[in-house]
Write a protein that binds this ligand. Structure first.
Ligand SMILES: [Mg+2]
Length: 316
């Protein structure tokens, strides 16, 4: 289940070589409910931005050695800091500087000496915008009906987990699940019942999975789970636990429903390949087998490579 960051004090990172600016802002903004982080040069600033993920950065343009423009470029070139909003503070009012700062990705530009009321308003506005952007970004990755991660997120995440597993030589498991006879269930009990089962299955996944597992809605009545750092036997136990929990689940509003699901599990890609598509194909092949062996079961891919053709059309 996607976890939102808990509401916490927004962190404001000030990167400025002048200690008096640090003192002034810490004093003037002490009642704003912000947590302050102080950096006195570019290197320190970029490091703190990466490690603390501030809500907002105030960046001085005029610093010795590495100036604000270069700092900005470093922040925007790094995936960890690219989306942190930056307000540039400048001693000059030069239009060229302003244009350059905005071109490099600044959200706002404030000239020194600044009016503290105005700066405060700009800070609060920038933090509000960045919160909204995060919320939108999160919504775009979450499935509306079940609250699980959606397919777009899954695609991205599988690629990064595969890369991470191979880099660190760690286990990884992938489980594709499909609710059994879902079309019939919808036809017999109606779509509200179908939705209740999709949501109920999502609940089972959230309850039975571990905090670091990644359950996603793949589409329709198909779900997919990424299990980082998990070997084949562990993954089989997890999938079996989910299967049994769904089978045992009661449906208070629809007492006649008996929902089950089939599972295809893999810890490798099809034909010895290590790209996301091959992993999905391997899991899909196992899911196909589970369906044909009678449903409500877990089938596990054991390699070795087969014909390399996945059975992409699923029988429901
Ligand atoms: Mg300065």
């Amino acid at each position: 289940m996607p976890h939102t960051k808990e509401q916490q004090k927004p962190i404001l990172l000030l990167i400025d070589d002048s200690p008096s600016i640090h003192r002034l802002l810490a004093f003037k903004l002490k009642n704003e409910g912000l947590e302050f982080l102080a950096a006195f040069d570019s290197t320190e600033g970029v490091e703190l931005a990466q490690s603390h993920q501030p809500s907002l950065i105030l960046l001085d343009l005029n610093m010795p050695v590495v100036d604000g423009f270069q700092t900005m470029r470093a922040l925007k070139e790094c995936s960890q800091t690219i989306s942190i909003p930056v307000i540039v503070l400048s001693g000059t009012t030069s239009p060229e500087d302003k244009v350059r700062a905005f071109e490099l990705g600044a959200m706002d530009f404030v000239c020194k000496p600044f009016d503290i009321h105005e700066l405060r308003a700009r800070i609060n506005s920038a933090i509000r915008i960045s919160r909204l952007m995060k919320m939108l970004e999160m919504r775009a990755q979450v499935d509306g009906l079940t609250g699980l991660w959606n397919r777009a997120y899954f695609n991205e995440r599988l690629a990064s987990e595969l890369a991470e597993a191979s880099r660190n030589n760690k286990h990884l498991a992938l489980v594709l699940c499909d609710l059994d006879h879902f079309k019939k269930l919808n036809d017999t009990f109606g779509h509200p019942a179908g939705d209740a089962v999709l949501q109920g299955f999502a609940e089972v996944l959230t309850t039975e999975l571990r905090a670091y597992d990644i359950p996603c809605r793949y589409g329709g009545e198909e779900f997919v789970i990424i299990l980082p750092d998990t070997d084949r036997d562990e993954a089989r136990q997890v999938a079996e636990r989910i299967r049994a929990a769904l089978e045992a689940k009661g449906w208070p509003k629809f007492p006649d429903i008996h929902a089950t699901a089939s599972f295809g599990l893999t810890t490798a890609g099809l034909a010895g390949k290590d790209d996301p598509a091959s992993w999905i194909q391997a899991a899909d092949q196992m899911l196909y087998q589970a369906k044909h062996a009678g449903r409500n079961r877990v089938e596990v891919f054991s390699g070795p490579p087969s014909d390399g053709k996945a059975h992409l059309a699923l029988a429901s």
